[in-house]
Design a protein around this ligand. Structure first.
Ligand code: ZN
Length: 129
């Protein structure tokens, strides 16, 4: 298992981690298989989406902030229920096919660590088989 450190700088943020994951896949020596990425946090998530136009990241965050407002009478005493809900909507893992020590991603796709309660020091866990 490989651990990738992620440092977020905002409360809600999508951080492109494609290069770090690809580097881990290249080092693994796995020619054909799968790469499982797991986000071990209850207020962060992992997603795959467009990394060509920067505005897509902004639009996703803006839409999530509208869908799940920060203060909406939640019961959770820690005061970050919106963070938990956004993380639950996005999900905490992804599986990507690997061929010739490369991630198989679409032309415009990137892998994003989705921070919903930053800024914090976080990590992603990866297994390549
Ligand atoms: Zn909480």
């Amino acid at each position: 298992m490989i651990e990738i450190p992620v440092k977020s700088g905002k409360r809600n943020e999508l951080i492109d981690v494609t290069n770090q994951v690809q580097e881990a896949v290249a080092k693994s020596g796995v020619n054909e298989g799968i790469c499982v990425i797991y986000c071990p946090h209850t207020t962060a998530a992992i997603t795959i989406n467009e990394n060509a136009d920067f505005d897509v990241k902004r639009d996703i965050i803006d839409a999530l902030e509208k869908l799940v407002p920060e203060n909406a009478g939640y019961k959770h005493a820690e005061g970050n229920s919106d963070s938990h809900i956004k993380a639950a909507l996005m999900g905490n893992s992804r599986t990507i096919l690997v061929q010739s020590e490369r991630l198989i991603l679409g032309t415009w796709e990137g892998i994003f660590f989705a921070e919903f309660d930053g800024p914090r020091d976080r990590k992603l866990l990866i297994s390549i088989k």
